[in-house]
Design a protein around this ligand. Structure first.
Ligand SMILES: Nc1ncnc2c1ncn2[C@@H]1O[C@H](COP(=O)(O)OP(=O)(O)O)[C@@H](O)[C@H]1O
Ligand SMILES: [Mg+2]
Length: 261
């Protein structure tokens, strides 16, 4: 049965999308059947895998709000063992849509829609990776309720931990309320700039706070990771021999190891 992992941080620009795409692709390359779900209305994970509008029949918004089967929203990618569910700007309307639904029907459970849809394919995949948007709104709540664990990407910079308390409180609320099995898979340090000391100071701070929850793999700041999405490819296909490929491959191995399989 698939392990469902969300990449969450309500701060934008910390490496959620870059890490979702490249972790999912690395897991696929390691032979794990993987589904990447783009749960951000900006659709960066969608374009980052080279999926274009003409390929999209149903997006993640349709999946969560309409009575369609998840198989109607899944797109096969040209990459090993990697499928995806795309997102479009439509997702930006979900909060309004769900408030209306709750007013019409007081039994409607607005945070459990994604979880119910994923049940249909959980046995098929090894991993389901969810790229969340930079907010703790309804779509991210759907991800937290559906997930077994979360990866929190944190950029190696000053103020890295800004907003982390609010995120942890939200995770605890979900744990005590609807999803007691939700775990913190790990904190992922991203965009480490080897030329400054700032990154190293931040690493010490985060490690003293999160202890062994911090992944050993640290993602360096590398321009190849910025280029790859504009070619519609994960890094392990865009530049297989790069340090960036090695970093996400190591992360994927750590994730598999923590899972014990
Ligand atoms: N390791 C990295 N090295 C260099 N640039 C990166 C790295 N990770 C992400 N970026 C760039 O930083 C920006 C924000 O990253 P992104 O993954 O979109 O963050 P988020 O999804 O959290 O908003 C993007 O332009 C991305 O290309
Ligand atoms: Mg993003």
């Amino acid at each position: 049965m698939a392990k469902i992992i969300s990449l969450v941080n309500q701060k934008g620009g910390v490496g959620k999308t870059t890490s979702s795409i490249n972790l999912a692709a690395a897991l696929g390359k390691l032979g794990k059947k993987t589904l990447l779900i783009d749960l951000d209305s900006q659709g960066n994970a969608t374009t980052g895998l080279g999926v274009t509008n003409t390929q999209i029949v149903h997006d993640v918004y349709d999946l969560i709000t309409r009575d369609i089967s998840i198989n109607e929203a899944i797109i096969k990618t040209p990459f090993d063992n990697l499928d995806m569910i795309p997102s479009t700007i439509n997702l930006a309307g979900i909060d309004v849509e769900f408030v209306k639904k709750m007013l019409d029907d007081n039994t409607f459970r607005q945070n459990e829609q994604l979880k119910n849809k994923l049940a249909e394919v959980r046995d098929y995949y090894d991993y389901i990776i969810i790229d969340c948007q930079p907010s703790l709104g309804i779509s991210t709540m759907n991800a937290l309720v559906a997930s077994d664990s979360v990866i929190i990407p944190v950029q190696c910079e000053y103020y890295a931990l800004e907003g982390i308390t609010q995120l942890l409180v939200t995770i605890m609320m979900v744990q005590s309320d609807i999803n007691p099995k939700l775990q913190i898979e790990g904190v992922l340090l991203t965009m480490l700039d080897g030329r400054t000391n700032i990154g190293l100071e931040v690493i010490e701070e985060i490690k003293s706070y999160f202890k062994n929850k911090v992944f050993n793999t640290i993602i360096p700041r590398l321009v190849r990771l910025v280029e790859a999405p504009s070619h519609g490819k994960p890094i392990c296909y865009y530049d297989p021999e790069s340090r960036a490929t090695e970093a996400y491959n190591n992360l994927a191995k750590e994730v598999i190891k923590r899972d014990g399989n």
